[in-house]
Design a protein around this ligand. Structure first.
Ligand code: NI
Length: 169
């Protein structure tokens, strides 16, 4: 496994639409292992492959709380089959937009289909933080960041802040 560099705004790669994965093989599993290692080190709870510069439809996540054993999850070619009309707000952040947090409103529940680490097709319902996180990560696959859901002013301020941090680092 290896740590990868996480791209931050305004890196244009983050705006790319990710390509579907053709098959779940050892190369892809190695990528997912690197993604998890990178996500844990950040630390974060979700990461899309495009955030480490690989524009393929792959997401990793771990929603275990502090003190709980790790619960790594893998989503290849995820699709949303259904989304609730009911929405819920959540204060989101993103490893590609460090130190910025703001409220985004999304469907409260979704039904998903994806391939897991073994390449098996899974259908599953998500609510709560899982629903927030999978929708946030799936936005990444379309080149959309959570700040794209905010007003233009807030988005521009966020990018400016991240640029400033990068310069200071
Ligand atoms: Ni993100």
């Amino acid at each position: 496994m290896a740590l990868r560099e996480i791209l931050v705004v305004p890196d244009p790669v983050l705006k790319q639409v990710s390509k579907p994965v053709e098959r779940v093989d050892d190369d892809l599993r190695a990528l997912m292992d690197d993604m998890l290692e990178t996500m844990y080190a950040a630390p974060g709870i979700g990461l899309a492959a495009v955030q480490i510069g690989v524009p393929h439809r792959v997401i990793v996540m771990d929603l275990a709380r502090e003190g709980e054993p790790p619960a790594p999850r893998h989503f290849v070619n995820p699709e949303i089959l259904w989304a609730s009309e009911e929405t819920a707000p959540y204060e989101e952040g993103c490893l590609s937009v460090p130190e910025i947090y703001d409220e985004v409103e999304r469907p409260a529940k979704v039904k998903l289909r994806y391939l897991n680490y073994q390449g098996e097709a899974v259908e599953e319902e998500a609510e709560g933080l899982f629903a927030v996180c999978i929708q946030h990560e799936m936005d990444h696959l379309e080149g959309v960041l959570f700040i794209d859901h905010l007003s233009r002013l807030k988005r521009e301020q966020a990018v400016k802040k991240v640029k400033k941090q990068a310069k200071a680092a």
